[in-house]
Design a protein. Structure first.
Lengths: 401, 193
């Protein structure tokens, strides 16, 4: 249902129809080239077509383009269904859906586990950073009072500096060992004398602080990576049989989990409000158009590959053409799919942004007083949903203007 | 009984791998079919439309697509332009399928006993290139006919630019002296076609 509503975004725009026709046109040409290669009769037709003379060829071309436009329009009405098939929404058998989605449930479990571990590690590292800074600072000040320095760098510290230069991970235990060693050395050696050992000690003290900062940056990056995967690839624990299916669920899940807003119900209304921001709405439409373009490309590539992978051997035709099609078809399909996933993530992010940015404007448009806080807002959306969907008669206070 | 996590995972992966294996298997079958069928068929796409002697230089009218081969689909067949201009290394009867192995790029010339070749330039009679062929008989004349009923052994075409065609004639030893020195003036006259 949500997909159908989204599709209304573009159905009225001729620009999207034109762009949506590009994959169809491209693949009709490809089909034509294959048929031209294998069929004398078709070849004769093509020669007849080009021998008609400029005027008649142009007329026939117009008729053909009109045909393409009609097919494109018909296919555009199927675009939601075709996208939903890729999202794994029409599998019909629950066991099949469960089996295919199990892989993503497993991955989600790993992501959540890694995310928790990264969060713990980051927290421990921050505490360690504070404690070690204090420890080494105290030792530094003690060492300042001594007037001697006999320092030689430990090989373990050199190894850690090398690890940093090679962008390798540094463990907390490794850092702890070095901090304790340097703190002990700093307590009995002055890092502020004008001698080489003293200068080296000071430099290594600074380097060790830098290593702790480096480990923290790496931990932050890892945490963000897992957080992004969990937020951009999964809608909570409602897991779909395909990656695209999981991404498609994110925006509705986001609206529901953050605001108790049912985006299936309120999207059309929200869209009306979002249209007021022409720049944002144009971005939303463009993202949708790109997604539909890629979904169309996936289907055309799939159909082209399968049709000719089956027909050419049955017709015992064109061995080399068959080789090209069966070898290049699946990788092309996979590449389109990966690009489509990226576009879907961007589109999904725009949908979430539109919920964040325009939901309160929607309440204003509906003349419902703005809630005082976030929890009250949840209640408002839940009550609105009940009233709109279930004909619940709970009363609302409406603003007069 | 609810399925276990592990069994679902195995089933899901089996389905995914199964689709890939099925595709690869079909691709393999497809290659097998194409290879097998091609071996049996490629050389029998065209049949001779008339009896053709050894050394005959093929023209578009000398062959046609085999009536039992579907004329609408045939991508692996040689195009007619790949056949025309080639020479037959074996004779063909009407309806016999042309074999690629019987086609030669170089002229195939079968010379009779005690006979010799005479190369006659066709620059001034290019219209004869299409009407003369192996087995044709010609007279060589200028004012008078110095050679009569000479058999054409082959027609040799140009390899690059220019229209340098020659008729290779079969003549008796010594007959070449009849046209020596005056060859630019002599013309061929087709006798039996």
């Amino acid at each position: 249902m949500f997909g159908t509503l989204l599709d209304k975004l573009q159905s009225i725009f001729s620009k999207s129809l034109v762009i949506g026709s590009i994959p169809l046109l491209a693949f009709l040409v490809l089909h034509g080239l294959v048929i031209y290669h294998i069929s004398d009769a078709f070849r004769a037709r093509v020669q007849w077509y080009f021998g008609l003379g400029t005027g008649k060829t142009a007329e026939l071309t117009m008729v053909l383009l009109l045909g393409v436009a009609v097919i494109s329009y018909v296919l555009s009405t199927l675009s939601v269904f075709l996208r939903e098939v890729i999202e794994g929404k029409h599998l019909h058998f629950a066991w099949l859906e469960d089996a295919l989605s199990q892989r993503y449930r497993e991955r989600l479990a790993v992501v959540e586990e890694n995310l928790a571990a990264a969060r713990r590690f980051r927290r421990n590292l921050r505490s360690f950073q504070e404690a070690s800074t204090n420890l080494m600072g105290k030792a530094y000040r003690t060492g300042q009072t001594t007037k001697v320095c006999a320092y030689q760098r430990r090989p373990q510290l050199t190894a850690l500096i090398d690890s940093r230069a090679a962008n390798q991970d540094i463990t907390l235990a490794q850092l702890e060992g070095e901090v304790n060693a340097i703190a002990m050395i700093l307590g009995t050696n002055s890092p502020e004398l004008d001698t080489d050992p003293s200068k080296n000690l000071d430099a290594d003290y600074v380097a060790l602080l830098g290593l702790i900062g480096y480990a923290l940056d790496k931990a932050d990056a890892e945490y963000v990576r897992y957080l992004t995967e969990s937020q951009f690839d999964y809608a909570g624990h409602d897991v779909a049989p395909t990656k695209m299916g999981n991404i498609s669920k994110i925006a509705p899940y986001y609206a529901s989990s953050r605001y108790s807003m049912n985006i299936d119900i309120f999207w059309t209304r929200l869209q009306k409000v979002a249209q007021a921001d022409t720049n944002f709405y144009a971005s939303l439409q463009d993202a949708k158009m790109q997604l539909d373009f890629l979904v169309s490309l996936i289907w055309h590539t799939l159909v082209f590959t399968l049709v000719w992978a089956i027909l050419l051997p049955l017709l015992t035709e064109a061995k080399y053409l068959y080789a090209i099609i069966v070898v290049t078809g699946p990788p092309s399909l996979w590449i389109w799919y990966l690009i489509a996933l990226q576009n879907y993530r961007a589109f999904s992010d725009l949908l979430r942004s539109s919920v964040d940015l325009y939901r309160l404007d929607l309440l204003k448009t509906l003349r419902i007083p703005l809630p005082a806080n976030a929890e009250q807002e949840r209640l408002v959306w839940e009550m609105l949903e009940r009233r709109v969907v279930y004909d619940d008669h709970s009363n609302f206070l409406l603003q007069s203007s | 009984m609810p399925a276990s996590r592990k069994s679902l995972l195995v089933l899901g992966n089996t389905i995914r791998v199964g689709i890939i294996v099925f595709y690869l298997a079909w691709v393999g079958v497809g290659f097998y079919i194409l290879h097998y069928k091609t071996m049996n068929r490629v050389h029998s796409q065209y049949v001779a439309t008339a009896d053709l002697p050894v050394g005959h230089r093929l023209r578009a009218s000398d062959f046609t697509i085999h009536p039992t081969v579907c004329p609408t689909v045939d991508a692996d067949r040689l195009s007619p332009s790949q056949l025309t201009g080639k020479y037959l290394s074996h004779s063909y009867t009407t309806g016999k399928p042309l074999q690629r192995s019987d086609l030669s790029v170089a002229p195939v010339i079968v010379l009779g006993d005690k006979k010799m070749r005479y190369v006659f330039p066709l620059q001034k009679q290019l219209d004869l290139v299409e009407s003369l062929n192996t087995g044709s008989h010609v007279d060589v004349c200028w004012k008078v006919c110095v050679l009569e009923n000479a058999r054409v052994l082959s027609i040799v075409g140009p390899s690059g630019q220019g229209a340098e065609y020659y008729a290779i004639l079969e003549i008796a030893a010594g007959e070449d002296t009849n046209v020596a020195g005056e060859i630019a003036n002599y013309r061929l006259f087709l006798r039996n076609e």
